[in-house]
Design a protein around this ligand. Structure first.
Ligand code: SF4
Length: 151
């Protein structure tokens, strides 16, 4: 099971390369000041959905086969996220987390194509750098990062 806030099937060009479906998970304990999605903080609200049902819906309704998992904080549901990533392993997969790269479990990192790391900081807000909200954050190709991690 995984607890979700919403599934945006309209397609976004702001959450990673290409036109992407965005899954907003429910629950975040980080409480960053000026968070854009405070409605995703409460880990008791939203909807609990079986992983296989969610994966099947995304597979049918995400024609570009590009998925970004956002939040909330996806790393507060690592078991469910890992299971979903495994079900959609043929997709182009991105994950947005407030944690730093070194804090991301390698089991999840290895199943991603892209990752955004770092908490939103309004004092370093940017509207020009692709796919991030503040300059302290990084949007990375996991292929590049895994080469570095393996060294
Ligand atoms: S990690 Fe993301 S969802 Fe959580 S409080 Fe920070 S900006 Fe909001």
């Amino acid at each position: 099971m995984i607890r979700i806030n919403s599934l945006d099937l309209r397609g976004s060009v702001c959450d990673g390369p290409g036109l992407r479906t965005v899954l907003f998970l429910q629950g975040c304990q980080r409480r960053c000041p000026n968070c854009h999605n405070p409605e995703t903080w409460d880990s008791e609200s939203g909807r609990l959905i079986p992983i296989l049902d969610l994966a099947a819906r995304i597979r049918i309704e995400a024609p570009t086969r590009r998925l970004t998992i956002s939040g909330g904080e996806p790393l507060e549901q690592t078991v469910g996220v890992l299971a979903l990533l495994n079900e959609l392993s043929d997709f182009d997969l991105a994950l947005y987390t407030g944690y730093e790269l070194e804090e991301v479990p390698p089991s999840i990192l290895r199943r991603l194509d892209w990752i955004k790391v770092g908490s939103f900081d309004i004092h370093h807000r940017t509207t020009t750098t692709p796919f991030i909200g503040s300059g302290n954050q990084r949007f990375l190709s996991t292929r590049d990062e895994l080469v570095l991690l393996d060294d």
